[in-house]
Design a protein around this ligand. Structure first.
Ligand SMILES: NC(=O)c1ccc[n+]([C@@H]2O[C@H](COP(=O)([O-])OP(=O)(O)OC[C@H]3O[C@@H](n4cnc5c(N)ncnc54)[C@H](OP(=O)(O)O)[C@@H]3O)[C@@H](O)[C@H]2O)c1
Length: 225
């Protein structure tokens, strides 16, 4: 039976590819983006397109309210931004706060707002798109101050979420999508969006085989914290 997936930041890149592949296999997709009128390719997938700016708590509240009493089976927190803080000299309060707000705080607030809808769903899955750059163990090169910290915080939020929601039957994951050819990943990245999302969906479909709260690569292998 078709499930209902909710994907944030679905107008381009990895989020758009999630919408394409999920629709192609007959799932119901609630896809969100900031500018609905410009999301032509997303609308063409047959996904339901809703406005959501994840950086705005008011937008999150309004979006969740608009879903009424609908059920959501799988939430994919995908929307994210890269950071310009390559060195300490680049770090400003505004830049660090912006990246942490969008990449770490927003996925938790979106999950909080959608909890009633997820409780009504049968799958009760929350997947947050993280990055291997969020691995503290693997950080020997530095740079990307805001981005690395934001994804490490996202991973930690996910662990807390998995512990709190386990008694309700929830399963949560953080996933690194690989280095993917998108506006963020750039043209030299090793994976196409098709390859990355196909592999991640294979992992998400069998998520219950691994512990809730895990941090996984796009191919399902565990990543170091
Ligand atoms: N590509 C990679 O190699 C790579 C590697 C590791 C992790 N990731 C992660 O994968 C996810 C998707 O990245 P991508 O490569 O597809 O990036 P992308 O092509 O730059 O797309 C980013 C998406 O996030 C949306 N977004 C940004 N700020 C938003 C906000 N305030 N509210 C709502 N949506 C917002 C963008 O919408 P607008 O069009 O409105 O800006 C866009 O849809 C991100 O979480 C990223 O950190 C990517």
């Amino acid at each position: 039976m078709a499930a209902t997936y909710l994907v944030t930041g679905a107008n381009r890149g990895i989020g758009l590819e999630y919408a394409k592949q999920l629709r192609a296999r007959g799932e119901t997709v609630i896809a969100t983006c900031r500018e609905v009128e410009k999301a032509t390719e997303l609308k063409d997938t047959g996904a339901e397109v809703h406005a959501l700016d994840v950086a705005s708590e008011a937008s999150i509240t309004e979006f969740a309210k608009g879903l009424g009493d609908r059920a959501v089976d799988v939430l994919i927190n995908n929307a994210g931004v890269s950071s310009t803080s390559k060195s300490l000299a680049d770090c400003t309060q505004e830049e660090l706060a912006r990246v942490l707000l969008i990449n770490s705080i927003a996925p938790m607030l979106v999950t909080k707002a959608l909890l009633p809808h997820l409780k009504r769903g049968t799958r009760k899955q929350v997947v947050s798109i993280s990055s291997q750059l969020g691995s503290i163990a693997n950080n020997t090169g530095g740079s990307s101050y805001g981005y690395r910290a934001s994804k490490a915080a996202l991973n930690q939020f996910n662990r807390s979420l998995s512990a709190e929601l386990a008694p309700l039957g929830f399963h949560t994951l953080c996933m690194h999508p690989g280095w993917v050819r998108t506006d963020m990943g750039g043209p030299n990245a090793t994976l196409s969006t098709e390859e990355s999302v196909k592999s991640m969906l294979g992992v998400i479909d069998k998520a219950r085989d691994v512990a809730s709260g895990s941090f996984l690569n796009f191919d399902g292998k565990p990543l170091p914290w």
